[in-house]
Design a protein around this ligand. Structure first.
Ligand SMILES: Cc1cc2nc3c(=O)[nH]c(=O)nc-3n(C[C@H](O)[C@H](O)[C@H](O)COP(=O)(O)OP(=O)(O)OC[C@H]3O[C@@H](n4cnc5c(N)ncnc54)[C@H](O)[C@@H]3O)c2cc1C
Length: 484
């Protein structure tokens, strides 16, 4: 079989890239060992991800991608496609044995807006539904569908085509079904499987990552609303910028945090992430220690994945992304970092944008791909630093908040660049040396930061702080959004 481009992985990233390339007249084979629908984790989108999706839709004249870039147009056009409304990020600190409460608003809570209205809201993607939808679109637009086939070999040479060996993933036909695809390009969109690294020599860079966490997760029915179990009475003196339920909820407990992401068909994604050297507790033990978590989950029943509550080993892995001039990994194949700041979808989509442009331009020059790898490295180093400092301080809410504020300042600056119609060279300000220097400095002082140091951090963050972050007057409620 021959195709100009072979893509391994039909998750949202591989499917969108395949669709874009097919829309530009390229022949594309999309291989996946699974068949849709299949369970996938990594569901909380962000304004950066939405801005890139919208940009891809404009650039390649694919209105569907634009429609999926915010809650309002998603609901107008695809009301049956499951997703959740994400007006922002909420952080809630729990104490063992106590119902959630605060002496003063903001003592144990932080709300950072992502979107200015329900219509413009970001979304949580019910991945099995969304990935299936995008894969189907790709196939309807001419992509050759090879789902149900696993990649079992890859061969490259300096001048010849890239050869990908596939076989049926169905145990009954596996042995008798081998075939080869020859292509000009091979794109690895296989997420954490990073299939290319099994068959081609690639540098493993995981040891350079400081973040070391593991997680457990599943999808549940009947998770209670946060606003139904805590006192929902609005405070006369301060209004929340959004409901904590229309958000990526981060419940800070023990040495980690629990996420809850509500979708609009009655399912809620629930997971817990903690440092690798801390045990991954059973859900029952978290419920018994934290009464408000117990109240939310008192009626909850796990509905996916089929095997039940998933427990992972260390999440982090990192490979150099260009094993060969015509074989490229998307950022989410080269890297898994951590769910804390919901960066995976945005990173994958930025990779789709960068790779589509280079493949469509036929760019085999070393410098173009060196630049791709160098941008990805810069972004990874910055994210790793920001995530690691947040985990180090997860049990000290004020310092944890400061660590998050660096991320939000970086994300909001990046969103503003997209909103101005430009494409930032790097996501999250990773290309701006003054900003990365600031993050290095905060990293060196944050673990012992007192009020004087925190004021100094606020002062130094000023050039990037259009959202008024770290303002002691606003009770940890931030309503500013770059999206208008
Ligand atoms: C616990 C956790 C929580 C996360 N939460 C978030 C979040 O809230 N927000 C966010 O933005 N990001 C999050 N992420 C990151 C997110 O999961 C990834 O960015 C995203 O899933 C990557 O999607 P993808 O389309 O690139 O790959 P995937 O969705 O992983 O798809 C890869 C495909 O490759 C296929 N495949 C694998 N091996 C082979 C093979 N040998 N042959 C053929 N096909 C193969 C698989 O079947 C799969 O369908 C999280 C990650 C983790 C681990």
């Amino acid at each position: 079989m021959r195709a100009e481009v072979t893509i391994i992985g039909s998750g949202f990233s591989g499917s969108i890239l395949a669709w874009i390339l097919a829309s530009q007249g390229r022949s594309v084979a999309l291989v996946d060992q699974a068949r849709h629908p299949r369970f996938a984790i990594g569901e909380s989108s962000t304004p950066i991800a939405d801005a890139i999706l919208d940009r891809l839709g404009q650039k390649y004249d694919i209105p569907t991608l634009r429609n999926l870039s915010c809650w309002g147009s998603w609901q107008e056009n695809y009301p049956a496609l499951a997703c959740g409304r994400k007006r922002g990020f909420s952080y809630l600190v729990h104490q063992p044995g106590e119902k959630f409460h605060e002496e003063a608003l903001g003592d144990r809570s932080l709300l950072v807006a992502a979107s200015p209205s329900d219509y413009r809201s970001a979304t949580h993607w019910h991945r099995s539904s969304v990935d299936q939808f995008l894969w189907r679109q790709a196939v309807e637009h001419g992509v050759v569908d090879l789902t149900g086939h696993a990649v079992v070999g890859i061969e490259v040479s300096l001048s010849g085509p890239v050869k990908v060996v596939c076989e049926s993933a169905d145990p009954d036909t596996r042995g008798s079904s081998r075939f080869e695809i020859e292509s000009d390009w091979l794109i690895d969109a296989s997420g954490s499987s990073c299939v290319v690294s099994r068959y081609l020599p690639v540098d493993k860079k995981t040891d350079q990552l400081r973040t070391s966490t593991h997680a457990c997760f599943g999808h549940f029915h009947q998770v209670m609303n946060w606003t139904d179990i805590v006192d929902p009475t609005p405070r006369a003196d301060f209004e929340n910028p959004f409901s904590a339920d229309d958000a990526a909820q981060h419940h800070l407990i023990d040495h980690g945090w629990m996420w809850m992401l509500r979708f609009n068909q009655g399912v809620t994604s629930v997971g817990y992430t903690t440092l690798s050297h801390q045990p991954l507790p059973e859900l029952e033990s978290l419920k018994s220690r934290y009464p408000s978590i117990k109240a939310m989950l008192s009626e909850a029943e796990i509905v996916a994945p089929a095997g039940g509550w998933v427990r992972t080993p260390r999440l982090q892995r990192w490979f150099s992304s260009i094993p060969h001039p015509r074989c490229v990994m998307l950022p989410t194949a080269a890297l898994t970092l951590d769910p804390l700041h919901s960066t995976g979808i945005a990173h994958a989509l930025a990779g789709v944008d960068r790779v589509a442009e280079r493949v469509l331009n036929g760019s085999t020059s070393e410098s173009a791909w060196e630049q791709y790898e160098s941008i990805l490295s810069g972004e990874t180093n910055l994210l790793d630093k920001m995530v690691h400092m947040a985990y180090r301080n997860v049990s000290h809410f004020e310092r944890f908040t400061v660590a998050c504020m660096l991320y939000f300042a970086a994300a909001i600056r990046c969103e503003e660049t997209y909103q101005a119609g430009l494409t930032p060279s790097h996501l999250w300000n990773a290309g701006e040396e003054q900003f990365t220097d600031l993050v290095d400095w905060v990293d060196s002082v944050i673990d012992h930061a007192d009020q004087r140091v925190i004021s100094e951090i606020r002062r130094k963050l000023e050039p990037w702080n259009s959202a008024g972050l770290m303002d002691p007057e606003v009770n940890n409620r931030y309503a500013y959004t770059a999206t208008k």
